[in-house]
Design a protein around this ligand. Structure first.
Ligand SMILES: Nc1nc2c(c(=O)[nH]1)N[C@H]1C(S)=C(S)[C@@H](COP(=O)(O)OP(=O)(O)OC[C@H]3O[C@@H](n4cnc5c(=O)[nH]c(N)nc54)[C@H](O)[C@@H]3O)O[C@H]1N2
Ligand SMILES: Nc1nc2c(c(=O)[nH]1)N[C@H]1C(S)=C(S)[C@@H](COP(=O)(O)OP(=O)(O)OC[C@H]3O[C@@H](n4cnc5c(=O)[nH]c(N)nc54)[C@H](O)[C@@H]3O)O[C@H]1N2
Ligand SMILES: [Mo]
Length: 700
């Protein structure tokens, strides 16, 4: 028997990006365990990837290329074809499309299936640049957050998890790390044992809120008013740091005037949070220093997302805390260094960059929003838009077009793959090579291909290389081995990023997980910020110029734009949030029987008051609807949600639950900043199912 241990990395969309070790015996992975040497993983894996081998060896894995034989959608019927046939057909269809419509008629659609440098970042760029395809604006997740943090602080240099041990107060604001980034939690619990106050701000009592000292539940999308209300109290009571603001920020005087619009009673009216509670929180935030704010992308997925994050980022400046250990904001660490742009894109010999298409508008792009040229081919990899992107009914309408040539590269026959003309089988993380960096920490980790690909599965990078050959592109940058890609990226990036000093491909292969060269740095310790002014930009001119956004943080009423459906009254609407499920990552893992069993049937959490007025009881089947669409859920009546708000989790596969999920109701309207998605600005009407509408899937 041959046996060896191989360095692996969890590739899923989570700030923790865990290091793992795969045990391989006779060419088969027999164990996938946490890497005890990884400074954040620290020897344990989460509920989702603990049994990663069940994912890699799932009986439903796609193993061969398939061509559709029946009408699009559902399970149309498939015939097995060879890779040669598949590649030849794709290339010939694309060549015809390019001749008639130009390469912009081809749209790649990819997102978070894997977050690897090779299998995601480089696959998102080089081949599509060479083709001149439409460019996807990847704004489904956190783009408003990213832009807001960039505009205010000049980049994402989040506080490392272990610095929380120095905080006296931690506000977890619109984030649910118990589910969505669980390796933060041991640090939070340790800090709490030491006396750090833990506050959670979330319209619902999340798993994280249950373990907090204080849970504050504002109405969704009103957090900017809450933050500015806190700021007003801090300033009125002289708890702010005037000298710090004068020296290290831009626009303090203007912001001070703006704060007059947010006395606690008005902040209370807007947010639904008691004025005294706001004032008390503000006082403790300003006096229990160092105080830290942890937020994640959940708080930006509404129409006020950008301004919300701007308002939150103002608080550490107002209290003079950026650059202090254990204070500031803990969001993402993605800007500690940036991959070399030229090496990533390889733009030499490419046609001019294609037009930009916002991924949140996929349904519109495929139906009526684009005609010059229309989208004639869609190539989906590492994404499941029918289950995970907003306004799914519109996406499905687009995917049903007979003249749209759709290719889906996947591990599984997802809701999206059911609409493909050609399905290509993808490798799992155990079968390909990649390099990963966490966005919650500052480790780099190498994922070695542990086992050969299952049957005819191929990685994203290998597939795009074969498509490049089929299209006649022989550029060396499209035909490197994964290790060559990694080596080139590190070498090119290290020239301008001292954080990569001493880090090489060989070292990563030898050690698995390696820390960036940062000396346990406190973010912004030198009080120089990456903004144009070098200061914290409370007032940000460029936001106004680029996005037409108010240059100061503020709150505006930004409701769902769709009017109520027929026979529904505006006053009966509920705000439907669809946050992360504990046992899935978006729709990934939501086809695992055991994880679905543990998560439970798709359900709707609704406040007892709202349930009573609708005659709904625990266990009832309910229809949730608006003008975009409808779906069915099982009612859970609970004061975990405030009146007027309802909650269901994202990620369930439509085809396993009556053909629809929450995204049949979510909007494809964009947020105030950076084309951000607005899943949480979702107004719905809820009623009990009558006998005809019952869904047997919900009766477990
Ligand atoms: N288990 C699990 N982990 C995941 C994922 C998953 O699907 N499942 N998804 C991954 C991905 S793609 C991402 S982007 C991250 C997201 O990580 P998080 O942002 O932590 O997760 P979410 O559940 O999207 O949102 C966090 C919380 O924001 C709350 N929220 C919604 N609207 C508002 C609001 O207006 N104000 C306030 N204060 N709170 C609000 C929700 O109720 C939710 O509890 O998690 C990643 N990790
Ligand atoms: N209602 C609602 N919907 C949401 C959100 C919300 O808050 N509410 N959050 C949104 C957020 S934050 C995000 S990030 C998006 C995520 O949306 P997506 O990026 O579409 O994520 P998934 O639905 O998990 O689909 C990823 C797919 O990639 C496949 N995959 C995995 N590895 C590979 C690989 O190596 N190669 C290929 N070719 N395929 C692979 C997986 O099998 C899976 O089907 O969802 C969004 N959807
Ligand atoms: Mo995300």
């Amino acid at each position: 028997m041959t046996a060896q241990n191989v360095f692996s990395v969890c590739p899923h969309d989570c700030p923790d990006t865990c290091g793992a070790i795969t045990r391989v015996e006779d060419g088969r992975a027999v164990a996938f365990t946490a890497n005890p040497e990884h400074a954040v993983t620290r020897g344990w894996l989460c509920a989702k990837v603990n049994d990663y081998l069940a994912h890699a060896y799932h009986p439903d894995r796609l193993r061969h290329p398939l061509r559709r034989t029946g009408p699009k959608g559902g399970d149309p019927g498939w015939t097995r074809i060879s890779w040669e046939e598949a590649l030849a057909e794709i290339a010939s269809r694309w060549k015809t499309i390019i001749e008639r419509h130009g390469a912009e008629a081809i749209l790649p659609y990819s997102y978070s299936g894997t977050l690897g440098l090779v299998q995601m970042s480089v696959c998102n760029t080089r081949f599509w640049n060479r083709l001149g395809a439409s460019r996807l604006i990847r704004a489904i997740c956190g783009s408003a957050c990213e832009f807001a943090v960039g505009a205010t602080l000049g980049g994402r240099r989040g506080v490392p998890y272990h610095h929380i041990l120095d905080s006296e107060q931690l506000i977890i604001w619109g984030a649910n790390p118990v589910s969505t980034g669980p390796h933060l939690m041991p640090f939070v619990r340790q800090a709490r044992r030491r006396g750090c106050e833990i506050v959670v701000i979330d319209p619902r009592r999340s798993r994280t809120a249950r373990g907090a000292d204080l849970h504050i539940a504002p109405r969704p999308g009103t957090d900017a008013a809450l933050a500015l209300g806190m700021a007003k109290v801090i300033v009125d009571e002289g708890l702010h740091d005037e000298a710090w603001l004068e020296t290290h920020s831009v626009g303090w005087q203007q912001l001070k005037v703006r704060l007059d619009e947010y006395p606690p009673h008005r902040a209370a009216d807007i947010t639904g949070v008691d004025a005294e509670l706001i004032a008390g929180l503000a006082r403790r935030y300003a006096t229990r220093k160092p105080s830290l704010i942890k937020f994640a992308d959940g708080v930006n997925r509404n129409r006020n997302g950008g301004q919300t994050v701007r308002a939150i980022c103002a608080l550490p400046a107002i209290t003079g805390q950026y650059g202090t250990r254990g204070a500031g904001v803990c969001y993402s660490t993605s800007d500690y260094f940036n991959w070399d742009h030229a090496a990533l894109h390889h733009r030499e010999d490419c046609p001019p960059p294609g037009r930009k298409v916002n991924m949140n508008r996929l349904g519109a792009a495929l139906t009526d929003e684009l005609d010059d040229p229309p989208v004639m081919s869609l190539y989906v990899f590492g994404a499941n838009p029918v289950a995970s992107s907003p306004n799914a009914a519109r996406i499905v309408k687009g995917l049903e077009r007979d003249d749209l040539f759709t290719v889906v590269h996947e591990l599984f026959m997802t809701d999206t793959a059911g609409y493909a003309d050609i399905v290509l089988p993808a490798t799992s993380q155990l079968e390909h090579t990649d390099l990963h960096r966490g966005y919650g920490h500052t480790m780099l980790a190498y994922n070695a291909a542990a086992v050969p690909p299952l049957d005819e599965c191929k990685s994203n990078w290998e597939t795009l290389g074969l498509l490049a050959t089929a299209m006649g592109f022989d550029d060396p940058g499209l035909h490197q081995q994964p290790d060559e890609v990694i080596d080139e990226m590190i070498t090119a990036t290290a020239r301008h990023a001292p954080e990569l000093e001493g880090i090489t491909l060989e070292r990563l292969q030898r050690e698995g997980a390696v820390s960036l060269s940062l000396d346990d740095e406190v973010p912004y310790a030198d009080l120089s910020f990456g903004t144009a002014s070098g200061k914290v930009e409370l007032y940000c001119e460029s936001l106004a110029e680029r996005f037409g956004l108010d240059p100061l943080p503020g709150w505006t009423e930004s409701p769902d734009v769709e009017p109520p459906p027929q026979d529904c009254r505006p006053e009966d609407a509920l705000a439907l949030l669809s946050p992360a499920a504990h046992h899935f990552v978006s729709s990934s893992f939501a086809n695992h029987d055991e994880l679905v069993r543990r998560e439970g049937v798709p359900s709707l959490q609704i406040n007892p008051q709202d349930a009573a007025t609708r005659g709904i009881e625990i266990g009832d089947q309910v229809v949730v609807e608006n003008r975009r669409g409808w779906f069915r859920l099982k009612a859970q009546v609970s004061d975990d949600v405030i009146p007027g708000v309802a909650v269901t989790y994202k990620g369930y596969w439509a085809k396993h639950h009556g053909g629809r999920n929450v995204n049949w109701t979510t909007p494809d309207t964009l947020a105030d900043l950076a084309g951000q998605s607005t899943f949480h600005t979702n107004r719905v009407w809820v009623r009990k199912c009558d006998g005809r509408g019952l869904n047997p899937d919900l009766e477990q």
